[in-house]
Design a protein around this ligand. Structure first.
Ligand SMILES: NC(=O)c1ccc[n+]([C@@H]2O[C@H](COP(=O)([O-])OP(=O)(O)OC[C@H]3O[C@@H](n4cnc5c(N)ncnc54)[C@H](O)[C@@H]3O)[C@@H](O)[C@H]2O)c1
Length: 278
């Protein structure tokens, strides 16, 4: 659908923490910002009943095109990006809330091609990444040499595949869980490395294999997550940022990230057939 109209129709795919936040925000503040809700989908639609107006509940995601959206926002799971990302881009701009899905080189390529083919934008929200636009600018000017991201959280905030962190005890302190390329980290911790995935998109010349990351469990971090970014450029240029993202115990997502998602959505007005960090 064309995005020339003043009001953009938004479809939200997923109704967990981020989905509920975004749906509430669109219903409340969207009209003043030129956004209206076109549909909400959740794999279990019972969860939506009584909370989302009945006419906005989409029962079958395969029929999403009937709702004629300008932007579709995925906030559920990388599997949905894999299954529907290409279809979404054939109809609408697409904000991928689970960018760790893009660590799959085939899917990454397929979605980039779809955005070019359909002239629709694949938006990647910056999430908890600080300085993403600067990283993207360095990348575009060919000056980025290396990028490293460390995410440190309380062990209750990690959702890892395998049994890496089943044995933690309160007070044990700091433990490096994984270090390596973002391509290696994404399958191990898909819910915890979206910020790194956004960085790998911003630094496209390094990509998922070139951007390095580390995830660290630290029982001292009861009130916030820490995201450190180290960027290296030519002739000794470097930037090191440390972001403290307030977060409740057990929360995968820091509280500032919710507002960051909303601000990202406000950017999604159409930037042509390309991938765009927002
Ligand atoms: N880009 C970022 O910075 C960032 C930040 C936080 C979360 N995320 C990602 O966004 C997504 C949503 O996060 P959240 O905090 O709302 O998670 P959540 O666990 O609160 O909600 C996820 C929702 O998706 C549903 N779901 C889970 N697996 C599914 C599947 N295979 N198919 C269909 N539906 C499925 C769940 O039932 C739930 O309703 C996750 O993939 C998460 O990793 C990204």
């Amino acid at each position: 659908m064309a995005t020339s109209s003043a009001t953009l129709r938004i479809g939200v795919v997923g109704y967990g923490h981020l989905g509920q936040y975004l749906v509430g925000k669109i219903l409340k503040d969207g009209p003043a910002q030129g956004l209206i809700l076109a549909f909400v989908w959740n794999r279990n639609s019972d969860k939506l009943k009584g909370l989302v107006p009945a006419e906005l509940i989409l029962e079958d995601l395969s029929s999403f095109a009937d709702r004629r959206c300008d932007v579709i926002v995925e906030v559920c799971h990388p599997q949905i990006v894999k299954k529907f990302g290409h279809l979404f881009l054939s109809q609408s701009h697409f904000m991928v809330g689970s960018p760790s899905a893009l660590s799959d080189p085939d899917l990454n390529q397929k979605l980039r091609q779809a955005s070019l083919q359909y002239r629709r934008t694949l938006y990647v929200p910056s999430g908890a990444l600080w300085g993403g636009q600067d990283i993207q600018r360095m990348n575009d000017s060919g000056t980025i040499k290396a990028l490293f991201i460390r995410m440190s959280k309380h062990p209750s905030c990690f959702r890892l595949t395998g049994d890496v962190l089943t044995d933690w005890t309160e007070g044990e302190g700091r433990r490096v869980l994984f270090g390596g390329s973002v391509a290696e980290l994404c399958p191990l911790a898909p819910n915890n490395v979206n910020t790194m995935a956004a960085a790998a998109v911003a630094a496209g010349s390094l990509g998922f294999k070139g951007v390095q990351g580390e995830i660290v469990s630290d029982t001292a971090l009861k009130d916030y997550h820490v995201v450190e970014v180290e960027v290296t450029g030519p002739d000794g240029f470097s930037v090191h940022t440390v972001r403290r993202n307030p977060a409740k115990l057990g929360a995968v997502t820091g509280s500032a990230t919710y507002n960051s998602f909303w601000n990202s959505l406000l950017v999604c007005k159409g930037h042509g057939g390309r991938v765009y960090l927002c």
